[in-house]
Design a protein around this ligand. Sequence first.
Ligand code: NAP
Ligand code: GDD
Length: 333
Amino acid sequence: MKKKIALIFGVTGQDGSYLTELLLKKKYIVHGVKRRSSLINTSRVDKFFYNNKQFKMHYGDVTDTASIFTLIKRIKPDEIYNLAAQSHVKVSFEIPLYTADVDALGSLRILEAIKLTNKKIKYYQASSSEMFGNSGKKIQDEKTKFNPQSVYGISKVFSFFVTKNYREAYSMYACNGILFNHESSRRGETFVTKKIVQGLVNIKKGKQKKLILGNLYSIRDWGHAKDFVFAMWKIMQMKKPDDYVISTNKQFSVKKFTELVAKKLDMKIIWKGKGLNEKGFVKNKEIISVNKKYFRPTDVNQLRGNFRKAKKQLKWTPKHDINYLIDEMLEIT
Ligand code: NAP
Ligand code: GDD
């Protein structure tokens, strides 16, 4: 039987590396798109697939329409996963136009290339719970109204609707995974979970004095990236394309996450003070403080996803809980 061919935009990221691993196990030929950078930025994939003949990398960029067309024409993929994004919400306040170019127009460029090249190619869009923003609902699902709080979230809303529109207007297999936060040992260092794990481990080893955070009271629904890329693949194997919330339906604050990590490192945190003066002490030594530079002009207060539709239709449930996530992150930090 002919092997399926997948093309992944954003292959060098956290999810790109787990998805590559999964698709190679499923006997796909995987093509990944990497960006040119002055230092090597492919460590997440080089480490695992460098010598794998079923895995190939190409230069490209979702801001470069010609490269997208060229790659699709040359590779002739069965499935395209668009994971490419300026994925940091806080950074989207600092580089909003670039963020919109990549996160909103990037998806449209790929969809348009599929439409003009071969409408049978399946398309996965990496949509995000940030689209819900401050929705006013305690639990969010596919029917919850979007109220994004950043250019990142707004750009993802554009991509969500453009994906749905190409599905409806051109009968394309175009679908959205609305993924809630998912983490792993491969998570980028500036996302809060990795920053906390790395910071506390360094403090424990005496390599770092303090961990400086922003909004400790923000609440997220954190899953494991391994489970979430499996959901991406399942979304692409359905008879009909559709949109699905992928989450754990459990939530924790940034403060609670910090305490859970500290506990596993035998560090008991005593909190003192309030607001920007709140500090965390271990054995009377100040190890955590708050700085307004890590706050966003507008933040999403709380996220908790209802994955009932995915459970029913995709037969998907998360396999790893927050304890597994923290243990794995600690083991590989
Ligand atoms: P990530 O680690 O930041 O990876 C993003 C990927 O996009 C990287 O490979 C990056 O390349 C690439 N990229 C950035 N700009 C690009 C451009 N102009 N052209 C081509 N590629 C570009 O993010 P992730 O956590 O794996 O997330 C994957 C996708 O899911 C993203 O779209 C993100 O917005 C979305 N998402 C993530 C979560 C989550 O909690 N992780 C939840 C919901 C949705 P470099 O390596 O060169 O930077
Ligand atoms: N990054 C960061 N750094 N966030 C902090 C810090 C800090 O020092 N202190 C508190 N936070 C709070 C943020 O204000 C936010 O409310 C929460 O921790 C989570 O921040 P991030 O880990 O940066 O993730 P995010 O929720 O903003 O975005 C991630 O999840 C989205 C899905 O909901 C990213 O992966 C997005 O790409 C993804 O779409």
